[in-house]
Write a protein that binds this ligand. Structure first.
Ligand code: HSE
Length: 296
């Protein structure tokens, strides 16, 4: 018996929604097949990922779920990575989400969404060092998600059909523990007035998703806390952002923990022009990038 699950990549934060907002993107997918076989948990993949279950985001999820549900059978996990790893596109989360959903289906556990997300979150820890549920929630549920913790309770909203994203993925070598590094530069305390501005924009983004108002979403992608602390990790960030805005993007920010940069646009924008502007911004810092135009 075996199950195959494909999970999408995602962008986290959307500016002011640090660790709270996630959006699944129809750009790249990870595929996981889980097969009942033998006595051990074994990972097979032709991609360069850790094959030891405890060091692999999908393997860790399957290991923990097997323990929790007292599964005696061994499992063969076949992983096909489609999401580029380490670029702020929720790569480890996509594998972790696919693994949790596949395990749930294989053993007919009928787990609810929050429980699935909780298990998928364990996999995130393998690569990010800390548990945050924004990317895994988006990969499990699709669409726009709002993560509430203590207790975990993820809300989901259907994104507007005319929202289009332009993502620029720079060709730079990212540190092994990239998310840890990019979380390490964040302030431990924030100014109350900054918090108020970010909260108002985050609220406006949520309203934009509820009202299917792409302009409101795009114009509220403004983060004065996390983006300023992280942008020095991304070569040419200011030029990438200003170029994209000039070319017609409604809002531009770091995708998740970076280094990819994401532009929020309407379907009427000139997406090729926006991608070109983002490429030019990276080129100003001698960095090449690939660009992707996608929808949620
Ligand atoms: N919210 C997380 C962060 C996403 O920005 O660190 C990491 O993928």
């Amino acid at each position: 018996k075996s199950v195959i699950v494909r999970a999408p990549c995602s962008t986290a934060n959307l500016g002011p929604g640090f660790d709270v907002f996630g959006l699944a993107l129809d750009a790249y997918y990870d595929e996981i097949q889980v097969i009942k076989k033998g006595k051990e948990i074994i990972i097979e993949s032709s991609d360069s990922i850790p094959l030891e279950p405890a060091k692999n985001s999908a393997g860790l999820v399957i290991k923990e779920m097997s323990k929790k549900f007292k599964i005696k059978s061994g499992l063969l996990i076949k992983i096909k990575k489609g999401v580029p790893a380490g670029f702020g596109m929720g790569s480890s989360a996509a594998s972790a989400a696919a693994a949790a959903v596949a395990f749930n289906a294989l053993f007919e556990l009928d787990l609810d969404h929050n429980t699935l997300i909780e298990f998928a979150g364990i996999g995130e820890k393998a690569s990010a060092g800390s548990i945050h549920y924004d990317n895994v929630s988006a990969s499990v549920l699709g669409g726009f998600v709002i993560v509430r913790t203590d207790p975990l309770d993820v809300l989901r909203i259907d994104p507007p059909k005319d929202l289009v994203l332009c993502v620029a993925i720079p060709k730079i070598s990212v540190p092994k523990k990239k998310t840890e590094v990019s979380r390490g530069v964040l302030p431990q305390q924030v100014k109350l007035s900054d918090y108020v501005k970010n909260l108002s924009n985050a609220s406006a983004i949520t309203t934009g998703f509820i009202k299917k108002d792409v302009e409101l979403i795009g114009h509220s992608i403004k983060d004065i806390i996390v983006e300023p602390a992280r942008k020095h990790l991304i070569p040419g960030f200011d030029k990438v952002k200003s170029g994209a805005l000039q070319a017609g993007a409604l809002g531009v920010t770091i995708s998740g923990a970076g280094p990819s940069v994401i532009s929020f646009t309407s379907k009427f924008a000139d997406h090729k022009k926006i991608c070109k502007a983002m490429k030019k911004g990276f080129a100003s810092a001698n960095t090449e990038c690939i660009t992707v135009i996608c929808r949620p």
